[in-house]
Write a protein that binds this ligand. Structure first.
Ligand code: NAD
Length: 501
């Protein structure tokens, strides 16, 4: 079975998948090899319900083979001059540009987000490759002469060995590229395990990496679920693990990988608050809130989830957000008229709808209800419409848990102090925003708020590739965050050499 697509789609066919009749093979030691695992999962299009391919859920043996391939590639790769390693990434960057449209289309096919959103995410993915191309400069150490009379001291950065990256369903092209370009640029080898729900985007990118000419074993791709993850966490030859996903799994990854002596960076879930001050231009703030909450169907770790309206911002904000939520056009992401796609799966839809049911039962007031949403052309799609709750208390389940769908809860605060206090009651601290026309309020907010990624008059505060990405509290387990200079720290050891001649 080739990768099948809906009637309107054309030209998406992954050679590595077609050659195994629709089974998505792993990429180990430079070769495409399907897992022998008896456990399989259909990869489906969340808008049409059509099967795109079948993913085999790899075993510990598959992971072991990938690690062995990475291990044997490591000595030659670490000795490859950084400038030559960077050239492979330059080549990959060119190939990603050449196939930009196709990759974005695959993201939409398997994840459901609109094509415009998919393109945005592929652009962000490529920016990480671009940033990693600077590795000869990024990886430099430091030197100080005469730390004592006639004695010099220098630090050099060295790769460590084999790393692994485990990634979520919501950004199938981008999130793996938060990690692996930096891991290989610094001279390590890596095993990437994408989300089993959306394996095709990374499959296509690894096909292109193969074409870019990375030596066999430097980059390996293993598809699977918990079984493969557990094998990674316990493998003695894996030096470190980069993870992005939900908080309970992030905690598990952090604990288990650390117990097995590994470096870990584990990015978890979120419940992002957006504070709207009474001095903010309400039209502008409402636009920012709406695109933050409903963009990517709410399936973004940076998605706004709670709007905290201060004093008289409340009523006009509610009115405008409700009107915008009612007017958003739901549909298939490949249709250019679509403004919001489906959620990723039937199971995820049930979860989101379950939260809406629970919010109602807890006494919150449903202003816009997305539960009955349907798209006539695509009756098998996992549709949830934009949803808005009013009168939400922070201790209600919908006020504190991550819903990860197009659901906004609206809360009221009497002052900036009260709003900050409300933000700080959350167990999560990934991203937050303030909308205001007061420099003083903005400064106060960014100074005091205990959240790591902050938007000032920006609804989605997404750090670019050259800045660190990650939260704090229940949103992040570790110390070095994703991309930016932290990536270089995470994937290298610093040696200190003290010399006297
Ligand atoms: P998830 O935690 O279910 O899965 C993430 C990865 O972990 C997948 O590769 C999956 O195969 C694996 N996994 C799942 N359950 C596991 C288990 N019990 N043991 C071991 N491995 C397991 O997350 P998801 O549903 O794919 O993604 C959505 C979540 O990711 C949301 O919570 C979202 O906030 C979070 N996210 C966070 C960021 C960030 O930067 N903090 C970015 C994107 C997504």
């Amino acid at each position: 079975m080739a990768v099948s697509v809906a009637p309107r789609d054309t030209g998406v066919l992954l050679a590595s998948v077609a050659s195994f009749r629709g089974i998505i093979p792993n990429y180990i030691g430079g070769e495409w090899t399907p897992s022998a695992s008896p456990r399989e999962l259909d990869v489906t299009n969340p808008a049409t319900g059509e099967r795109l391919a079948v993913v085999r859920l790899s075993t510990a043996d598959d992971v072991g083979r990938a690690v062995a391939a990475a291990r044997s590639a490591f000595p030659a790769w670490r000795e490859t001059p950084p400038v030559e390693r960077a050239r492979k990434l330059f080549r990959l960057k060119m190939l990603l540009e050449e196939h930009f449209q196709d990759i974005a289309r695959i993201v939409t096919l398997e994840n459901g987000k609109t094509l415009a959103e998919a393109k945005g995410s592929v652009r962000r993915a490529i920016e990480n490759v671009e940033h990693a191309c600077g590795i000869p400069t990024l990886m430099m150490g430091q030197t100080l002469e005469d730390v004592a009379h006639g004695i010099d001291c220098e630090t050099v950065r060295q790769p460590i060995g084999v790393f692994a990256a485990i990634t979520p369903f919501n950004f199938p092209a981008m999130v793996p590229l938060w990690f692996w370009p930096y891991a290989v640029a610094t001279g390590n080898c890596i095993v990437v395990k994408p989300s089993e729900q959306v394996p095709l985007s990374q499959q296509r990118i690894v096909e292109l990496a193969h074409e870019a000419g990375f030596p066999a074993g430097v980059l390996n791709l293993v598809h699977g679920d918990k079984e493969a993850v557990d094998a990674i966490l316990r493998h003695p030859e894996i030096a470190g693990v980069s993870f992005v996903g939900s908080s309970p799994v992030a905690r598990y990854i952090y604990r288990t990988a650390a117990e097995h002596g590994k470096r870990v960076q584990a990015l978890g879930g979120a419940k992002n608050h957006m504070v709207v001050m009474p001095d903010a231009p309400v039209e502008f703030a409402a636009d920012g809130v709406v695109s933050s909450v409903y963009g990517c169907t709410g399936q973004r770790c940076l998605a706004g989830s709670v709007a905290v309206a201060v004093e008289k911002a409340y009523a006009p904000l509610k009115e405008r957000v409700a009107a915008a939520a009612k007017s958003l056009r739901l549909g298939y992401g490949l249709d250019p008229a679509t403004q919001m796609g489906p959620v990723v799966s039937r199971k995820h839809r049930e979860r989101v709808v379950g939260y809406i049911d629970q919010g109602e039962a807890e006494g919150a007031k449903l202003v816009v209800d997305g539960r009955g949403a349907r798209v006539d052309e695509y009756p098998r799609g996992h549709w949830v419409g934009p949803t808005l709750f009013d009168q939400v208390q922070p201790d209600m389940v919908i006020g504190k848990e991550e819903i990860f769908g197009p659901v906004l809860t609206l809360s009221r605060a009497g002052s900036l102090d009260e709003a900050i206090e409300l933000v700080h009651r959350s167990g999560y601290a990934n991203a937050t925003s303030i909308f205001t026309s007061s420099g003083r309020a903005a400064r106060e907010f960014r100074y005091r708020i205990g959240v790591s990624m902050i938007g000032v008059n920006i609804g989605v505060a997404a750090p670019m590739a050259f800045f660190p990405f990650g939260g704090t509290k229940g949103s992040f387990y570790g110390d070095l965050k994703a991309h930016g200079r932290d990536a270089i720290e995470f994937y290298t050891d610093k040696k200190v050499v003290i010399s006297r001649w």
